[in-house]
Write a protein that binds this ligand. Structure first.
Ligand SMILES: [Zn+2]
Length: 174
């Protein structure tokens, strides 16, 4: 389009507005406007009542505050601290003491009386004199040791007994 000639265009726009509806002052639901009379403020009687209750409650509140019936200071809380300590002590019976190692009981066949030991030693002497044991010299050192240990134990059990025996033997010989 060239601009070598003028165009003069005039447009007149006119807009008209009409109320089609407005939202309820309480619930904000859109309430269609019929076009006649004052547009409704609330969609329903229920919303009108709710709004009225709130307004009157506000009025009461302001009146009470003004009258000093109601104080506007912030709510304070009084806190009571209750500390409860629960201590549970569980007492268990001590475990039974482990059984003491029993004294080594003599093996079966081992004499437990002096009389039986004497009989046994006499039998040993007999075997040494007359039996095979007297000729098995490779056993004799161990027999000596065993007999000496028994004699030492006897000396511990009856201190001085060995000295008495030696004197007795000397006395007999003299
Ligand atoms: Zn409403």
């Amino acid at each position: 389009m060239s601009s070598d000639h003028e165009e003069n265009v005039s447009v007149y726009v006119r807009a008209t507005y009409s109320l089609d509806g407005r939202t309820c002052a309480w619930c904000r639901e859109m309430v269609p406007y019929s076009g006649r009379g004052r547009p409704a403020v609330y969609c329903s009687k229920a919303c009108r009542n709710r709004a009225w209750e709130v307004r009157s409650a506000e009025r009461r509140l302001q009146r009470d505050i003004a009258a000093g019936v109601l104080r506007t200071e912030p709510v304070r809380e009084l806190i009571r601290e209750t500390v409860t300590e629960t201590r549970t002590v569980t007492v268990r019976p001590k475990p039974p003491a482990p059984p003491k190692p029993a004294k080594p009981s003599p093996e079966p066949g081992v004499p437990t009386s002096a009389r039986a030991w004497i009989a046994l030693l006499e039998a040993l002497g007999e075997q040494l004199r007359d039996g095979e044991l007297g000729r098995q010299h490779w056993h004799h050192a161990r027999l000596y040791n065993a007999l000496v240990e028994a004699v030492v134990d006897l000396g511990d059990a009856y201190p001085g007994g060995l000295d008495y025996l030696r004197n007795e033997v000397t006395r007999r010989r003299s």
